[in-house]
Ligand binder design. Structure first.
Ligand SMILES: *Cc1c(COP(=O)(O)O)cnc(C)c1O
Length: 295
């Protein structure tokens, strides 16, 4: 039974409870992160914590301590549980308040850090066969509303998108924005490889993934031309390869979209190369923060 960090204390999972008046529950008023630890190192901890604080600022939510303390608490939560290979979920909500939406009734944000021993998101066969995606009718939030660039707790669009994809036998949803441009998966960024160049939508209609950033760096190191441009569905259907990136999924090749084969309908060569390179840089001093002191 894992110990959960809750408002300054580590408590056993079954005792980690918050108020039914928490505005995170009542209104999805909060922000979160999804982080992974590999082989005793937290991958890109600084980037994740930085994004968490920026997300909080975007919704005008003040986290009651500094980013450095957040990093310490994350590392502590892993030590507390003895984890070296884990998924970490910090959550900051507006906190307990009245039933109205007014944030004035919320005085203390709720701070939660869940860490869980790592279990894979998609089965290994999905990486061998490639994912099947379905273009969902749920469009990603337009930037005129709740910014799709903020990792906030209003996740219902993504939940319904994935549910729809799975209802129709797919593994993941492909979300478009309200203009019909390709946006992202339900919790992953998308890459399209066509005619020797790699494309990914600019981060304005999607979430600026940390994994996306790492994949961009890897592709550049590999000598690929990478273009951050708007893409339509036609560009995706006629791609040589499509792959997804995300903390949980890492790098996942896509074999099929809307029942149509992408390339030859097998995981692409480039996706597999990037996936392999990604695997080599996780769990290292260069990209990670050590959880335990060296022995
Ligand atoms: C978190 C998230 C991603 C992926 O970001 P990573 O930092 O790579 O995990 C992509 N899209 C959405 C909607 C997300 O919430």
């Amino acid at each position: 039974m894992a110990k959960i960090y809750l408002n300054g204390e580590f408590v056993p999972e079954e005792e980690a409870k918050i108020s039914v008046f928490d505005h995170g529950l009542l209104y999805g008023d909060g922000v979160f992160e999804g982080i992974r630890a590999y082989d005793g190192y937290v991958f890109k901890l600084d980037d994740h914590v930085d994004r968490l604080y920026r997300s909080a600022r975007a919704i005008n939510l003040e986290i009651p301590f500094e980013a450095g303390d957040m990093k310490d608490k994350i590392l502590e939560s892993l030590r507390e549980n003895g984890f070296g290979e884990a998924y970490i979920r910090p959550i900051i909500t507006r906190g307990k308040g009245s039933l109205g939406i007014d944030t004035d009734s919320c005085s203390d944000p709720t701070v939660i850090i869940i860490s869980k021993e790592w279990e894979s998101l998609y089965g290994t066969e999905l990486y061998e066969e490639g994912l099947k995606m379905l273009t969902t009718t749920f469009r990603n939030q337009p930037k005129e509303g709740l910014p799709p660039t903020v990792k906030h707790m209003n996740y219902l669009t993504n939940v319904l998108a994935l549910m729809q994809a799975k209802t129709w036998g797919a593994d993941e949803a492909l979300m478009l924005d309200t203009q019909g441009n390709v946006s992202e998966g339900s919790a992953d960024n998308i890459f399209v490889y066509r005619k020797g160049a790699v494309y990914t939508p600019p981060v304005i209609n999607n979430l600026p993934g940390i994994t996306r950033g790492v994949v961009l760096e890897l592709l550049e190191e590999m000598g690929y031309e990478v273009k951050e441009e708007d893409l339509g569905l036609a560009e995706v259907f006629t791609a040589d390869e499509v792959f997804l990136s995300g903390t949980a999924a890492e790098v996942a090749p896509v074999a099929e979209i809307d029942g149509r084969k992408i390339g030859d309908g097998e995981p692409g060569e480039l996706a597999l190369q990037v996936k392999e390179k990604f695997g080599k840089i996780t769990g290292t001093e260069e990209t990670g923060t050590r959880i335990y002191q060296s022995t």
